[in-house]
Design a protein around this ligand. Structure first.
Ligand code: DGL
Length: 248
């Protein structure tokens, strides 16, 4: 299968990492809209327009599937992107909700959703989780994590301060925390240490792999998939980060 992965920037590489670990695809074409990131502060119509433009970009490649790795785009633009696309499109929000519901059997579990301002404002995770019967869902926009991760600040006092800023007043022991933004898996260890080992962190990359394995029959494993990286600005910077984060 030939796959396209779309993100607003570099963060979607965390989803590629999970895909590579599971060796599901023969070829992966990654497109990061690095010229226009962040999407998480933009409004719905802009996010939809950017999403449709990404679909047009992918039309050059005869793909079998597109994964929208960006939570913000998954929250707002999936329907419009699917209408514009000639191949199927899956998003990380639906996958994250399913992964959370598969993990938590007690419907009175406490769930904390973290994401960009746009993702949280869309209420897409909260609505999806309520549809699955979960009524104790708290959602918090934690946009400052995005630039911190871009600065490769994955632990330490600055991050601890930001945790205090966002999480004081929040139920300290949620049963699950949804990392509803491509960047957040990079601070997974710090978040796990903050909330404690009893809290399950739901990662978009792992969630999408679980979802795909349930939807499709993957009979072959590809140990050395072809990888191509495209960016709307400074593709070399994206390739540099990809080599580093994905250990290529
Ligand atoms: N990729 C975005 C997301 O997962 C985070 C970065 C941005 O704001 O564009 O929501």
């Amino acid at each position: 299968m030939k796959l396209g992965v779309f993100d607003s920037g570099i963060g979607g590489l965390t989803v590629v990492k999970s895909l590579l670990e599971h060796q599901l695809f023969e070829e992966i074409i990654y497109y990061g809209d690095t010229a226009r990131v962040p999407y998480g502060t933009k409004d719905k119509n802009t996010i939809i327009r950017y999403g449709i433009e990404a679909v047009e970009f992918f039309k050059n490649f005869e793909l079998d599937l597109i994964i929208v790795a960006c939570n913000t785009v998954s929250a707002y633009a999936l329907d419009e992107m699917r209408e514009a696309s000639t191949c199927p499109i899956v998003g990380v929000v639906e996958a994250g909700v399913l992964a959370c519901a598969n993990f938590l059997h007690d419907k009175s579990s406490n769930i904390l959703v973290l994401g960009t301002k746009a993702t949280i404002t869309s209420k897409s995770y909260t609505i999806g989780l309520k549809d699955k019967g979960f009524n104790y869902v708290e959602a918090k926009a934690t946009g400052l994590f995005v630039p911190l991760v871009e600065e490769e600040i994955f632990k330490g006092p600055i991050l601890d301060e930001v945790f205090q800023h966002y999480f004081k007043g929040i139920n300290k022991t949620p049963d699950a925390v949804i990392l509803g933004c491509t960047h957040f898996p990079l601070i997974e260890q710090a978040l796990q240490a903050y909330f404690g080992s009893a809290t399950k962190l739901i990662h978009s990359g792992d969630a999408i792999v679980e979802d795909l394995e349930n939807k499709f029959n993957f009979s072959t494993q590809y140990k050395n998939p072809k990888l191509k990286f495209f960016a709307s600005e400074n593709p070399d910077a994206l390739k540099f980060i990809a080599r580093k984060w994905l250990s290529l």
